[in-house]
Design a protein around this ligand. Structure first.
Ligand SMILES: Nc1ncnc2c1ncn2[C@@H]1O[C@H](COP(=O)(O)OP(=O)(O)OP(=O)(O)O)[C@@H](O)[C@H]1O
Ligand SMILES: [Mg+2]
Length: 566
């Protein structure tokens, strides 16, 4: 039965069948509907409910119904339409449900089907000559490129992907920067020509010389080469792409994964600077080429701050970031797709969060029952609090918990599954952070482990949360044992380090909002500034890291933190 087809009158034909606590998943008997009992969520617990007060089983039906708001009814009907909600959490199903950690390992058709187009998508996938997509690791740069490329192909546009091994040898021995840029221009033009021609089965002997005949105007060169061919054996799709290119002269070039092997050394920085200069030149000299390049935020930072010549590209930079709501919608889209239901991005983004979260009930318990302020909170709130606004965090967290559920024979991912993997998840994120930002601050590991709560902080339960003064004092203490210097040799004072910790999402800014906490993330577009800005919030170590910082006292982790506000 489709969701829209469920008449509201059916509400009255259901019998409340349990005396459980509100906020828990309850068994509900269903009369006269011809399908088996389904689970029903009372959604987000209210304050007294979170404290554990139960609804008595003698409560009049009318009172109970009054407690079920429209959202929960929606979820209820939504879930009750699923015939078979049981998932076997084996490796294959888990990969299908939550996807792979890296977009390049995903099947492109599947990725396209469950890809959620956030605000950034259209800022990158358009006709502008140069777009530089900058964002943290695991934020979705490759996924965006793969989907955008697939869409260009669908529109019969000529598009190609340049990977690090394609350009490994360019400019290796050149020391003069201007000559280095020229080498890169020649190298990139040659690769674009080569890739375009080989994808249509054309040979490319003496390519460089032929390209030179056209004075580097590679669109002209490619168009005249394609024109002179007959392409008898080519498929209709490929012919359509050639025809489109011959009439439009447009080519879309994606360059991804440039940070592979990146160590932040001067030669790494020069290489990326030269490449950026080169493509900027090609894009302005050769109308018709659209470049899209992805750069990890730390790489962009070092390149941008160490080489003045890169200031000209700033106008082409697009910062990649997500809101929690978008990331939740992203997870829902994947899970819905697994169950054969494809909703549009617009529809999912437009749903209120509790309704959106109702879609997760197909694979995970509605309520997470942790300790302290995490007792009986909606599971999605817990998920949103533990990821650092990066889709990969969510993939990792859900995959680990699903694996645990599989090993335990659970049919729904529940509190115990999450509890079993928080430590592994947390250690993984801490290690990722160290690897990701070591090139910016070589002693980062000592700084992060130095932020572990002291024995005194633990006993007073003040660990992890600091006023600005306390934070700066804590950092000063760590600095007594280690001389922190940034990669460029600059000595780091306490404010520099506080700004750095905020910038890499190790710290978030926080303000109490009743039982929840408003967490304010660093605004990515300020990444280039070193300034530490005190805007009246306290500071808190992101929940994702806490198990890894306090492995001796895991039981207490939840006691000392609160979930994020929606
Ligand atoms: N909009 C989206 N919709 C669905 N899944 C997404 C979306 N964006 C990213 N993902 C998923 O998030 C994960 C990480 O994305 P991706 O590999 O693109 O990150 P990245 O920014 O390229 O990371 P890295 O810097 O390590 O290369 C992948 O599993 C990808 O499929
Ligand atoms: Mg990537």
């Amino acid at each position: 039965m489709g969701l829209d087809a469920v008449p509201l009158a059916m509400v009255a034909s259901r019998t409340y069948g349990g005396g459980g606590k509100a906020g828990e998943t309850l068994q509900v008997g269903v009369i006269n509907l011809g399908y088996s009992p389904v689970r029903m969520s009372f959604g987000e617990p209210r304050e007294q409910e979170r404290r554990g007060e139960s609804l008595s089983s003698g409560t009049a039906l009318s009172t109970i119904y009054a407690k079920i708001n429209i959202i929960n009814l929606f979820n209820y009907f939504y879930n009750s339409t699923l015939k078979d909600r049981k998932v076997e959490f084996n490796e294959e199903n888990i990969a299908q449900l939550f996807g792979h950690e890296a977009a390049e390992d995903e099947d492109i058709e599947r990725l396209k089907a469950y890809y959620l187009k956030g605000r950034v998508y259209d800022q990158v996938s358009n006709n502008l000559p140069l777009r530089i997509l900058v964002g943290h690791k695991g934020i979705g740069k490759s996924a965006l490129f793969h989907v955008s490329m697939a869409e260009e192909k669908q529109k019969n546009h000529l598009s190609l992907l340049i990977k690090p091994d394609d350009i490994a040898e360019i400019g290796e021995n050149e020391t003069n920067f201007l000559k280095l840029i020229r080498e890169w221009k020649n190298g990139i033009s040659e690769i674009i020509s080569k890739k375009s021609l080989t994808s249509f089965g054309l040979l490319h002997d003496g390519l460089r010389a032929k390209l030179n005949e056209y004075g580097g105007q590679l669109i002209d060169f490619l168009q005249s080469t394609f024109k002179s061919e007959e392409f008898i054996d080519l498929s209709a799709t490929k012919k359509a792409i050639i025809n489109d290119f011959l009439s439009s002269g447009k080519i879309y070039v994606y360059i991804d994964d440039l940070d592979r092997g990146w160590e932040g050394k001067p030669k790494d920085i020069r290489k990326i600077s030269a490449l950026l200069n080169a493509i900027r030149d090609i894009a302005s000299e050769c109308k018709g080429i659209s470049f899209r390049i992805s750069l990890r935020s730390d790489v962009y930072y070092l390149v941008r701050t160490s080489d003045e010549s890169t200031d000209k590209i700033e106008g082409s930079v697009v910062w990649f970031s997500w809101t929690n709501h978008e990331i939740l919608a992203l997870l829902v889209k994947r899970i819905d797709h697994y169950f054969g239901e494809d909703n549009t991005t617009e529809k999912l983004i437009g749903l209120p969060q509790p309704v959106l979260a109702g879609h997760l009930d197909k694979v995970m318990d509605t309520v997470f029952n942790g300790r302290g302020k995490w007792k009986k909170i909606p599971t999605y709130r817990m998920l949103m609090s533990l990821i650092r606004r990066r889709p990969r965090d969510l993939v990792k967290l859900c995959t680990l918990a699903a694996k645990n559920a599989g090993a335990e024979g659970h049919k729904s991912i529940g509190t115990s599954d999450f509890n079993s993997i928080f430590e592994e998840y947390s250690q993984g994120r801490l290690q990722d952070t160290i690897n990701e930002y070591r090139s910016e601050l070589p002693e980062i590991e000592k700084l992060l482990f130095g932020m572990k709560p002291s024995r005194r902080e633990k006993t007073t339960k003040s660990g992890y949360i600091y006023t600005t003064d306390e934070l700066l004092k804590k950092i000063d203490n760590i600095r007594q044992n280690v001389a922190f210097r940034f990669q460029d040799g600059r000595t780091a004072n306490n404010k520099d380090l506080a700004a750095f910790l905020y910038k890499i999402n190790f710290l978030t800014a926080r303000k109490e909002k009743g039982d929840f906490v408003e967490r304010k993330y660093f605004e990515e577009n300020r990444y280039l500034s070193h300034k530490f800005v005190d805007f009246g919030f306290d500071w808190e170590i992101h929940p994702a890291y806490r198990w890894a910082l306090q492995p001796d006292d895991l039981g207490d982790i939840f006691q000392s933190m609160a979930p994020s506000a929606p």
